[in-house]
Design a protein around this ligand. Structure first.
Ligand SMILES: [Zn+2]
Length: 432
């Protein structure tokens, strides 16, 4: 923080102190304030604490809350954020905090620059379509994206629609590969690959929900439609006004009666949908998850828990010493798997190869593997897999441990040293 900025914060603090409060020098306040900053305390919190400590009562307006920030300019870990936007979606969610049930709200807020997911921790009165001026919010990073938090200090004022420019309400065209959690009013043209219908209860009323898979020439995503748009498998649709949520990093397009769905008769999209989308691991990790991806990289690690393992017959969890953490003492069922880390130079992911894929890469059947000694099987896995270049196909998802690929297929890549060397030499020549 620059000197002038600190100085203005110190002015704020001094101006807020009562005359009958403790006598305190500017230097002392500045000292303490600087210490707070070094410890990473948010500016406002530091100011409030010092004002309280030295006998002040006034609540100071935040220095930054007077100017509005555009949603696309928000960065993680900002405090005293002021934004103006409209509520694209809002949903209640029951959570348990230290044994107590609490209702929080999460949703999506949009302005003319973009959209952002938000979480409201307290009691808020927000409805879809509201245009609101929000002050004293703060931001955090969650699953690689900025998230707006409406905490204890937040102030929400409903305001006129006219305060936001027209383009804040206009849908933005997007390709499936670019869908990210928190995007709102997107305009997507895609084909329905899979469709399921189920019934659910919303506020005590039975409602039909339609969900499944959609795809364009850049990727696949899940979708949920809260309205009967008479969708059919194989239809190519232009869906305008949907928003994006994600589950373990896999994007999910959600649309309801506020969206428009138009059937497209002639479209190339239906012809150009690839089976798998090839991605760099950097792009995949940054995105968090995707369906039917194909990646290529080198196996840089084989994780413990590879080889013949025992699973609980009830829940399929891998167990140790015949004890399942959920089902207690059980008779384990043998299975075969390999857990690897794959790196392509731009990023790394974990992957688990199931029995079938492990048999494929080891060139050995499960029964043969079961007969081998643990260390023999371990060496075989190392010899066959470690430092080898492979292509993995499957679904990628993220959790707190990182990104992993649930492999559907795996193949070795024959790296032709001669060709590779030629390529590198040519690239070097281009640089010279
Ligand atoms: Zn179990």
């Amino acid at each position: 923080m620059v000197k002038e900025e600190i100085s203005s914060h110190i002015d704020d603090i001094i101006n807020s102190l009562n005359s009958e409060g403790k006598k305190i020098s500017r230097e002392e306040i500045e000292d303490e304030f600087t210490k707070f900053m070094e410890y990473g305390v948010p500016v406002d919190q530091a100011k409030q604490t010092l004002i309280k400590k030295y006998g002040g009562t006034a609540v100071i307006p935040s220095s930054s809350s007077s100017t509005r920030t555009l949603i696309s300019d928000l960065k993680p870990n900002q405090s005293s954020v002021k934004v103006l936007g409209h509520v694209i979606a809002v949903n209640p969610k029951e959570i348990n905090v230290r044994g107590e049930n609490r209702t929080i709200h999460y949703g999506i807020l949009g302005d003319e620059s973009g959209t952002i997911p938000f979480t409201a921790w307290g009691d808020v009165d927000l409805s879809k379509g509201d245009v609101v001026e929000i002050t004293n919010a703060y931001t955090r990073e969650w699953q690689g994206a900025v998230q707006l938090n409406l905490g204890d200090r937040v102030n929400i004022v409903k305001t006129d629609k006219e305060k936001l420019p027209e383009e804040a309400f206009e849908p933005k065209e997007a390709k499936i590969k670019d869908l990210r959690s928190g995007m709102g009013r997107v305009d997507v043209t895609a084909k329905i690959l899979k469709l399921e219908e189920r019934e659910t209860e919303v506020n005590g009323e039975k409602k039909k929900v339609f969900s499944g898979l959609i795809a364009d020439d850049t990727g696949k995503a899940q979708f949920t439609a809260w309205n009967d748009f008479k969708l059919k498998e194989g239809d190519v649709l232009r869906i305008t006004g949907g928003y994006v949520k994600s589950w373990k990093g896999i994007p999910q397009l959600t649309f309801d009666s506020n969206a428009t769905v138009k059937k497209i008769k002639k479209s190339n999209i239906a012809k150009e949908i690839p089976e798998n989308i090839r991605m760099s691991l950097h792009a995949l990790v940054e995105k968090g998850g995707a369906l039917d991806v194909e990646v290529e990289g080198t196996v840089i690690d084989i994780r413990p828990g590879s080889g013949v393992v025992l699973r609980c017959p009830e829940c399929n969890r891998v167990i140790q010493s015949d004890i399942c953490t959920v089902h207690g003492k059980v008779k384990g069922v043998a299975d075969l798997r390999v857990k690897i880390v794959v790196d392509d130079g731009s990023g790394a992911v974990d992957s688990v190869l199931n029995r079938e894929l492990t048999e494929k890469i080891l060139g050995k059947k499960f029964d043969e593997c079961k007969k081998m000694k643990n260390n023999e099987l371990g060496s075989l896995i190392r010899d066959k897999v470690f430092a080898k270049r492979i292509v993995l196909k499957g679904n990628a998802l993220s959790d707190s441990f990182g990104t992993s690929i649930i492999a559907k297929d795996v193949d070795f890549v024959d790296v032709d040293i001669g060709v590779e060397a030629g390529k590198i030499i040519r690239e070097l020549e281009d640089l010279l």
